[in-house]
Design a protein around this ligand. Sequence first.
Ligand code: NAD
Length: 366
Amino acid sequence: MKTLKFAVLPGDGIGPEVMDVAIDILQAAGQRFGFALEYETADIGGIAIDHHGEAFPESTKAVCDTADAILFGSVGGPKWESLPPKEQPERAALLPIRKAYSLYANVRPGLLYGELTDASPLKTERIPEGIDIVCIRELTGGIYFGQPKATTTLENGESQAVDTMVYKTSEIERIAQVAIDTARSRGGRVCSVDKANVLETSVLWRKVVTEYFAKHAPEIELSHMYVDNAAMQLARDPNQFDVLFTENMFGDILSDEMGVICGSLGMLASASLGATNNQLGHPYGLYEPSGGTAPDIAGLGIANPCAQILSAALMLRYSFGEEEAAQAIEKAVRDTVTGGVRTGDIAFGLDTVDTKTMGAAVLRSL
Ligand code: NAD
């Protein structure tokens, strides 16, 4: 029997609560589709600071090093907000883990089921069938990582800060390939988002993307859009997009906007794929909900576990090649949520749910 070996990093806040549910679903999927789970749990984020003095300790890295994928919860919370910015869980855990495993491709499905259009802040007539798009965001380059990055004091005593936005051809080409692969599995359209009217990095981005698509994927319909327009178009008519494809900072902002129009952070999963393959020949990846640790509801047992469950499904798809099991989990979540909404049994999304009840309902649907 095939064994799936992964690291489990629940993190802080609602992380451990929703992670428990996701593991139950994975176990059930394994029984149905014939695979075994071998996972090790380790501290990350605030809890790792408390236990080990740092957000991404060596002991956690060692667990991730021997795994084929990472199932991640979320990190951070009020308890650690007074730490210096560099030591705070998000910055000291998430950015190093992305770097450590070259997690350069963030794949974020923006999905709102047609039955649930009321959950979106957009008018239902704009999204009669719901929303179904994917955002592909470059994750290890651009302004978040470019050097120099510093604050200095000028001769006249005032402060000056600089961040550097930098991209090279190879970084753009490898993420372009992810956009192509994604479009091939969906509607065959990619909209590349940049700011080529003012940024040098965007001029290069547009040139490299255009040439790469022409050479490697002439069948994919490629368009380009400035980021300010893309932000407007997402709010106006999201389904004009199939695959939204962009660099790190633009993707950070646009994917959050996409999350909002899809109605609920509690439903949105994400995959961050690495540059190297795991022992099974699939991309090493980190899989996590799009939301954070939800300190306002942590410990109450009312967090929506669907984003974590759907992240586990993405792990099955990308890092373990278990497409059938991934689709079965996605269908079980859909049936549970839409069925619950129809019968009024299960409150949806950010309106909070009973975490365990919802997990049990997904299990029954699987
Ligand atoms: P958040 O996503 O944690 O919460 C925003 C709102 O959404 C809250 O009202 C919360 O209750 C709700 N929410 C989020 N997920 C939910 C779920 N599964 N079910 C029901 N409701 C849910 O964002 P925030 O409040 O800005 O951040 C809280 C903490 O999380 C901060 O410390 C932040 O740094 C951290 N954070 C971590 C990550 C990550 O680990 N990748 C991402 C974002 C924020």
